[in-house]
Design a protein around this ligand. Structure first.
Ligand code: PMP
Length: 431
């Protein structure tokens, strides 16, 4: 088999992914934290480092021109992937940085004092904290809209909260903690009817459902990260509607983002470079572009269908375990490939640590969603997140291991334990 092409058969071969190929018995169920990177992405980045390593935009020599072309081609490829104009695609260090740029740049300038920012209670800290900081600086009000008991957006609660005061609505397309797929089309429609702008966090959607900028007139801003879509770490994307990006002042100053620098003032470069100060993540942009080609070669809808069947299978198996509580929507149609759960009487950290002993990598903790954990009244959950390289056999192994863990704990601690005291102290460290 050729290691360097995406084989079209799902599940994707482990041989395509060096970390999976080099760790034969590893069962990797933490793709929502970071996905495995295929050879094709590493090859594209290595080719830059080995064949035309140089800085971009300024060099008047062949390899620099080649690097510039590759970097701008990567931007054009991202733009094609989300159906936007390349001038609207800004490379950042990650989804977090992209959200902070929106908060420090556009929102800082254009949301008037006294207005409200609405965010869902599902959000990742990176789609909460920048808004909290902005609200404090500018005298804005940050309000959370609620979820239903099975972890879906409570659309009535959201609608009631919308008003003339709403300046911005920030929502994730897929919850990284529960896997909930949110009704973004209706959220966008209602927000626009209230004349509010919309920020869409597509970090958990890009590699599973896509992140289309032309959805119903499009969200005003979209963010996502390369490392959650088969790409490298250190790169993210900020998409913004052109007129909004044109309006805003740059957040970071330095080389590349200027047209002219005088001792007393400077003028700005045109989009997208106005918002990319300094040497950008060149190799990472090239890698992200290769990751997008990889997704395209397989087909996003094929990936989605496969992941849905895998998630369905995992949900069915987990539901058969009477000692497991599953969080999030019961209906697979409102879920992506993330499942959060707890085992009766066993702290999620213990579940993760014991699974690790069996070579199974999962995430446990608050998943950077502390307000959501408080809302669910749980200190932490165990979370599996699936990708196109996972298999039903891996789910079977997980289920067998969970049965063993439950049996061990109940033999050791008796049947009535609700929370093992020795692990509660670890909560502060949960990521
Ligand atoms: N939003 C969501 C929904 C996420 O899952 C994550 C990463 N866990 C982020 C934002 C932040 O992404 P990054 O760490 O790549 O900046």
């Amino acid at each position: 088999m050729n290691n360097n092409t995406a084989n079209q058969i799902l599940p994707l071969s482990r041989e395509l992914f060096p970390t999976l190929a080099n760790n034969k018995s590893l069962i990797y169920l933490d793709s929502a934290a970071s996905m495995q990177t295929p050879h094709v992405v590493l090859d594209a980045m290595n080719s830059y480092y080995e064949q035309y390593r140089s800085n971009i935009h300024r060099g008047l020599y062949t390899i620099s021109e080649k690097a510039t072309t590759a970097y701008e081609a990567a931007r054009a490829n991202v733009a094609r992937f989300i159906n936007a104009d390349p001038a609207e695609v800004i490379f950042t260090r990650g989804a977090t940085e992209a959200l902070n740029v929106i908060a420090l740049g556009w929102a800082e300038q254009f949301i008037p004092r006294g207005q409200e920012i609405l965010v869902s209670i599902l959000e990742h800290h990176s789609n909460i904290v920048p808004w909290q900081m902005l609200a404090k600086r500018k005298g804005l009000k940050l309000r959370f809209f609620d979820i239903t008991p099975d972890g879906q957006i409570d659309e009535d609660a959201f609608t009631k909260m919308l008003s003339k005061q709403t300046g911005l609505v920030c929502i994730t397309a897929v919850s990284n903690a529960l896997g909930t797929v949110t009704p973004i089309k209706r959220i966008i429609q209602k927000s626009y009817a209230a004349r509010a702008k919309v920020v869409l966090d597509a970090a958990q959607a890009a590699a599973h459902l896509g992140a289309r900028a032309d959805l119903l007139g499009g969200p005003d801003f979209i963010v996502f990260a390369g490392h959650k879509m088969y790409g490298p770490t250190g790169i993210g994307v900020l998409y913004g509607k052109r007129q909004l990006l044109e309006q805003m002042d740059p957040v970071f100053g330095g080389g590349e983002m200027i047209r002219e620098v005088m001792t007393e003032r400077s003028t700005w470069n045109s989009l997208p470079w106005k918002l990319e100060a300094g040497t950008p993540p060149i190799a990472e942009a090239i890698g992200l572009s290769a990751a997008i080609d990889f997704i395209r070669d397989i087909g996003l809808s094929k990936i989605h269908d496969y992941e849905q069947s895998l998630t369905s299978y995992a949900l069915d198996k987990l539901k058969q375990l009477p000692f497991i509580q599953i969080y999030g929507p019961a209906d697979i149609n409102f879920r992506s490939s993330i499942i959060s759960f707890n085992i009766d009487g066993v702290h999620a950290h213990d579940v993760a640590a014991l699974l690790d002993e069996k070579g199974i990598a999962i995430r446990a903790g608050h998943h950077c969603c502390m307000p959501l954990m408080q809302r669910l009244k749980v200190p932490a959950t165990a979370r599996i997140s699936l990708a196109a390289y996972n298999t039903m056999e891996e789910i079977d192994t997980l289920v067998t291991s969970l049965k063993t863990i439950h049996a061990i704990f109940h033999r050791t601690h008796g049947k009535k334990i609700t929370q093992p005291a020795h692990t509660l102290g670890n909560l502060a460290k949960a990521k």
